[in-house]
Each structure stands twice: as structure tokens, then as C-alpha cells.
Design a protein around this ligand. Structure first.
Ligand code: SF4
Length: 292
């Protein structure tokens, strides 16, 4: 697993569930100099193994007027792998795709809220965005292939109460779009985790049968028995909510618990699983290897 340090370009409209996030905000970008300075400090202090690796997140990068200067500055600061979070709409232009690749952007992450344009567009509140994103991803991949440049495409699938039934098809769409991996992440504290698990399992299976790894964030080990190696907690820490009983669980030190803001009813579902004592040292070893 390649680790990236996230550096925000600022706040602004993003592809996210409008029912959870409300109306999109107006873009408020940080200055290019500020972003480059933070990225430079992250490169200088890198201690996570192979890197330094920076991912530009936050507001859509291709609408930041200083993007070329930022990308150049981050690469000059010693960044080894540069990733961007994008809706990929700008990458439909061969010129933009070529420019991004030439500048060193070899990793992109796009967001799918569902597997069909109808559901994705409706949740995002952006008509036509699903097709545009897929076109942009395809153009980026085609431009990279033509230039014989290896690239990595990640599809993020945020999991909320509004898209549970679409998780398997979202992974299927990611496979079709040529994704190398899928990051599925539960961030909705109000979600019914027990109801979500079968859909998350089906989404993992969809990825596995199609040769694309699905990583799951925001779900504790005791809720996803048998799929522990899919859990992001297996390789890195995260913030979450836990009931007091977690202090008795051998996985306590490596498990983030339920998503932040989980209700008392959700926390009551969590209990040390029978496999915890056996799994805990395996996870600790996996974590140690990740930072080597
Ligand atoms: S009981 Fe707590 S620490 Fe143990 S796996 Fe469940 S959420 Fe994680």
C-alpha cells in the first residue's frame, strides 16, 4: 500500500452525496505558495517508507488558477509520487491529460457515488457528471498508454445510507472505468452498520472476481469477519467511535471502531470477536511492514 500525505488546495464543491453534505460550497482556494510550502515540509519530513508522496485534495484542482505552478513546485520539493483528487472532467481534454502526465501526475482518484449515471448524478446534484468523469478517466488512461507511462487510477466510493444498494454496481463501474483499486469508506455516523455490511461484502466480492482490490474504511473488524484484510485498519490508523467494551478487545490498538458520530445503538453492536486474539498480532505485523 502506497501512503500519501494529503495537502488541501482549499474548500469547494466536490463530488459527494448532496443529501449528506447539503448544498455545495463556493470554492475558496489556498494560494499556490502556501500549498507548495506545506507540501515541501511534508516531503522534507517524510518518514513513511517509499516516498515522499503527496496527494492534492479539497477543491477541484483543475479549477485552481495556479495548478501548473503548484504541481511544478511540489515536484521540485522532492515529491516522488504526486496524486490528485479530481472529478476528471478537465482530463477529457487530451491537452490537459497530457499536461498533467508530463508534469508528473501519475495517480488520480475520482469518486463514484453509485454505479449508474442516474443515481450518481442525482446524489451528487450534478447532471451529467458521471459520464464526464468516466470520459476523463478513459482519456487520462489512453494518453498515458500512448506515452507508455504507468499510471494508477483509484476510485473512491463514500458509503452512506443513501447509496448502500449501489455499492456493488459502483465497484463494477470502477472496474469498467479501468480503476486499479477502489477505496470504499463509511463516513456516515448515522448509517446502520449491520444493514451496510452485506452490501459492502458484495462490493468487495465484485472487486475480487474482477481483479480489483477493494479497501474498506470506517468498519471495525468485529463487523466484517472474514474480510479483515480488506479493512483499511489493517494497514493504517483512523479516528472512530468506540464503546467501553473495546478496551477488552485484543484489536483495540489497531481498530478504529465505528465511524465518528455513530449512535449509541450502533456502538452497542460492537463486541470483541472470537478471532480477535489471533488476528491482532497479524494486523500489528502488517502495519509494521507498511512503514518499513
Ligand atoms: S470490539 Fe471494538 S476494538 Fe474490537 S473489533 Fe470491535 S470495534 Fe474494534
Amino acid at each position: 500500500m502506497i501512503e500519501f500525505v494529503d495537502i488541501s488546495l482549499g474548500d469547494g464543491p466536490q463530488v459527494q452525496c448532496g443529501r449528506c453534505a447539503g448544498s455545495p460550497e463556493r470554492a475558496a482556494f489556498r494560494s499556490g505558495a502556501e500549498v507548495v510550502e506545506e507540501a515541501g515540509a511534508a516531503c522534507k519530513g517524510w518518514s513513511r517508507g517509499t516516498g515522499p508522496n503527496i496527494r492534492l485534495t479539497g477543491a477541484e484542482p483543475f479549477t485552481h488558477q495556479e495548478l501548473p505552478r503548484i504541481v511544478a513546485g511540489v515536484m521540485e520539493a522532492g515529491c516522488r509520487r504526486l496524486a490528485i483528487d479530481t472529478d476528471a472532467v478537465a482530463l477529457r481534454s487530451a491537452q490537459n491529460a497530457h499536461g498533467a502526465l508530463s508534469a508528473g501526475v501519475r495517480h488520480i482518484r475520482v469518486t463514484f457515488l453509485a454505479g449508474t449515471e442516474g443515481v450518481h448524478d442525482a446524489l451528487a446534484g450534478m447532471p451529467g457528471i458521471f459520464d464526464s468523469t468516466r470520459e476523463g478517466v478513459a482519456a487520462y488512461r489512453a494518453t498515458a498508454d500512448a506515452a507508455q507511462l504507468p499510471v494508477s487510477i483509484t476510485v473512491a466510493v463514500p458509503v452512506c445510507r443513501h447509496n448502500l444498494r449501489d455499492l456493488p454496481s459502483a465497484v463494477g463501474a470502477a472496474v469498467e472505468a479501468g480503476a486499479d483499486r477502489v477505496e470504499m469508506s463509511v463516513t456516515d455516523g448515522g448509517i446502520d452498520l449491520a444493514a451496510a455490511v452485506p452490501w459492502i461484502v458484495a462490493a468487495c466480492d465484485t472487486g475480487v472476481v474482477n481483479g480489483v482490490w477493494v479497501e474498506v474504511g470506517g468498519v471495525p473488524f468485529c463487523m466484517l469477519a472474514g474480510y479483515d484484510m480488506h479493512l483499511a485498519d489493517a494497514v493504517r490508523g483512523r479516528d472512530g467511535s468506540k464503546p467501553p467494551v473495546c478496551t477488552l478487545c485484543p484489536l483495540d490498538g489497531v481498530c478504529g471502531g465505528a465511524p465518528v458520530g455513530a449512535s449509541a445503538d450502533q456502538l452497542a453492536l460492537l463486541a470483541p470477536p472470537p478471532f480477535a486474539a489471533k488476528l491482532a498480532p497479524q494486523i500489528a505485523r502488517a502495519r509494521a511492514q507498511e512503514v518499513c
